[in-house]
Design a protein around this ligand. Structure first.
Ligand code: GCU
Length: 673
């Protein structure tokens, strides 16, 4: 049968030799055969042509005829399909009779929608779905699905662990590395529609004519794949580039400089997305330098891009060394009063938690607290605090834990409702992910890190997907449809982030890492000039207890949360144990749900984290014969590194805690080495 033939050809599909190094990402599991005859495009735009060629490239031998089209094609219009609910970028994929022939129709209202539909069909087939019964329909819930590259103009990548930047600024704009196309294609396959090319710690040079030309060359490559280019803007650029005396956003000369700069960019990149700005944070210039507010700064830039349809993504990751307030509170204190004062083409971009991409943080209290402002969420795909490229940590559960969190602001409202704009019917909505992409052959430093890029894209499209279904679908597309492989890989992935939490410091502890590079333990560090950079600032451990009192008797960060959420965080008894020490300072003897005391429980978490990694090693060993040697070996090696380093985290941390609390290890627990 057709179905039988399809699944056989999927399983048997020969992998091209170059695929084994991970370069092909998740777009690899179906044979490449020339299916010219099978796929027809009704129209000849660059994007529709890509949609057709992607299908030809991916399809197995036995496939029914496929037509790619937009809703406006006359023969498609005649079918009266439900296009009205699909918006600009949605798609449907279904079996229809077109001009008297049974075909699979892949169509959206725009050719971008059609391209997403083509990738959805490829995903459907690559994950074991059948062509005969295909019926897919989806529209993105979030409008701006954007990667943030922390890539510098010298081609280093801040917090990047996959090699140098993929942007070769030196040879751009003339040479357009084919890799740029592969990059855009991978992004389009998961629905990502924008990319900020340069680091938030921006250099003014990125706004000079030569760099605008380079960005334009990239934008030309990305455009047919539905991706727009954005730039991080250095707020003081009018001084550095324009020779002005000030960058005060209220100064008309400053506003005029930015307007002229925006016009210049739009002449080169007519669909330029807009600016991302890190202002008055970690030494970056900003409107506060002049006594102006973040809204003054954002609105001035927003006015510069407004006529071109551009937007401004203004980051709320703001804290000042001069501010004695709990660092976890500062962004809320600064931004909440500004709600309602931002221009309508501004989004405020808020990190998922109030500190900085820790293995676990409670959701940022700004979500739900600024109903009159579209808030983008910013996740970190690159694993700055979760073991760089070497440790296996699937971030799907981290992302969904935050997206699914109830804000407490309105009945039932979740962070996802705020982010996708549903809560307040905002016109703009967005999700940003700090990219983990570099020049490594496998793009992300390891095969499993690719899953975090993938999960980010899938969740930006639909924040209501489950981390597990994303993991399964990634596993099938990455390693093939063998049941044992998918089950094992998914099982490894699903607990892997919690394992990192366990071996780096569980129960709501955070920011215990070594200084500067952020790899490895450093809970003892207390001598950094900025108090809020010291791990001791966060854990506050002494002989009696541990944790940060953020209740009314402490910093009262709890007071920034609302309703039932604030209520539950206010007392240790009602705070989830996973966040206990984030909000409370408690005695080592405190009784925990496990029946153990806090100290014993903490030790058990360290042990559990180490054991999980050892278990992943065994699971992976069991897949040796089922995965190509190159990807298998690299992963096995990295798991061995991770196991060693999980023990390092455990042992160093326990030795330190014991030096503070002078407690023995619970009976039967292995002493730190
Ligand atoms: C973290 C990270 C920095 C980065 C900053 C930011 O602090 O360590 O490298 O610049 O976040 O998000 O702006």
């Amino acid at each position: 049968t057709l179905i039988g033939a399809l699944s056989v050809s999927l399983v048997m599909a020969a992998q091209p030799a170059w695929a084994d190094d991970g370069y092909a990402l998740w777009l690899r599991s179906i044979a490449k055969v020339d299916r010219q005859a099978v796929v027809t495009a009704l129209g000849d735009s660059a994007t529709l042509t890509l949609a057709a060629s992607e299908l030809r490239r991916a399809l197995p031998m036995e496939t029914p005829a496929i037509v790619v089209a937009t809703a406006s094609a006359p023969s498609v219009r005649a079918l009266t399909l439900p296009f009205s609910t699909l918006g600009d970028e949605g798609y449907l994929v279904c079996n229809v009779t077109l001009n008297g022939k049974r075909v699979i129709l892949v169509a959206g209202n725009s050719d971008r929608g059609t391209l997403y539909g083509a990738f959805a069909l490829i995903r459907h087939l690559a994950t074991g779905g059948q062509a005969a019964a295909v019926n897919l329909r989806s529209a993105p819930k979030v409008k701006l699905r954007v990667l943030n590259h922390w890539d510098n103009l010298d081609e280093s990548v801040e917090r990047g662990y996959a090699g140098q930047s993929i942007w070769d600024w030196w040879t751009l704009p003339d040479f357009r590395d084919p890799r740029y196309t592969d990059y855009a294609r991978a992004n389009a396959s998961i629905g990502i529609n924008g990319t900020v090319l340069n680091n938030v710690n921006a250099k003014a040079d990125s706004l000079t004519a030569p760099y605008i030309a380079k960005a334009a060359a990239l934008a030309n490559v990305f455009r047919p794949w539905g991706m727009r280019v954005y730039l991080s803007a250095r707020f003081s650029a009018p001084i550095e580039l324009g020779g002005l005396k000030t960058a005060d956003p209220r100064d008309p000369a400053v506003a005029a400089w930015w307007k002229a700069k925006a016009d210049e960019i739009y002449r080169a990149i007519p669909d330029f997305g807009g600016f991302l700005v890190k202002a008055n944070s970690e030494g970056q210039p900003g409107p506060r330098d002049y006594g102006a507010s973040h809204a003054d700064g954002a609105n001035m830039l927003a006015a510069a891009v407004r006529d071109h349809g551009g937007i401004v993504m203004w980051r709320a990751f703001v804290y000042a060394e001069t501010d004695p307030e709990d660092r976890a509170k500062q962004a809320y204190s600064e931004f909440k009063p500004l709600d309602g004062t931002f221009a309508d083409n501004v989004l405020v971009q808020v990190k998922n938690g109030a500190i900085d991409f820790q293995p676990r943080e409670p959701f940022h209290p700004l979500f739900g607290a600024m109903p009159r402002t579209p808030l983008m969420i910013e996740f970190q795909i690159t694993k700055e605090y979760l073991g760089f490229a070497t440790h296996l940590a699937y971030l799907g559960p981290l992302f969904t834990e935050v997206l699914d969190a109830k804000t407490g602001q309105k009945p039932g409202e979740t962070v996802a409702d705020v982010v996708d704009g549903q809560a307040e019917h905002h016109k703009l909505s967005g999700m940003a992910g700090v990219a983990n992409i570099g020049r490594d052959r496998d793009w992300s430093g390891s095969t499993f890190n690719q899953s975090n890029w993938y999960a980010f894209g899938r969740l930006a499209w639909d924040p209501d997907l489950s981390a597990e279904e994303i993991a399964r679908s990634w596993a099938a597309q990455t390693f093939g449809t063998d049941r044992q492989v998918i089950d094992t890989v998914t099982a490894m992935m699903m607990g892997s982030r919690e394992a990192v939490v366990d071996y780096t410091g569980a129960l709501g502890l955070a920011h215990l890492m070594a200084t500067g590079h952020h790899y490895g333990p450093g809970p003892w560090v207390s001598d950094l000039a900025r108090p809020e950079w010291n791990p001791t600032y966060y854990h506050r451990a002494d002989a009696n207890g541990i944790g940060f009192d953020r209740t009314a008797s402490g910093s009262n960060a709890v007071g920034q949360y609302a309703g039932s959420v604030a209520k539950s965080f206010a007392k240790p008894e009602t705070t989830p144990e996973s966040m206990l020490l984030w909000f409370h300072h408690l005695p080592w003897d405190r009784r925990m749900a496990s029946g153990r005391n806090l100290w014993e429980d903490l030790v058990a978490h360290y042990d559990r984290g180490v054991a999980y990694v050892a278990q992943m090693q065994r699971q992976w060993e069991g897949l040796r014969s089922k995965i190509d040697a190159e990807r298998w070996q690299k992963t096995a090696t990295y798991l061995a590194v991770q196991e060693r380093e999980a023990r390092w985290w455990r042992d160093a941390s326990l030795a330190y805690w014991m030096s503070v609390n002078h407690r023995p290890l619970p009976a039967g627990v292995r002493a730190p080495e």
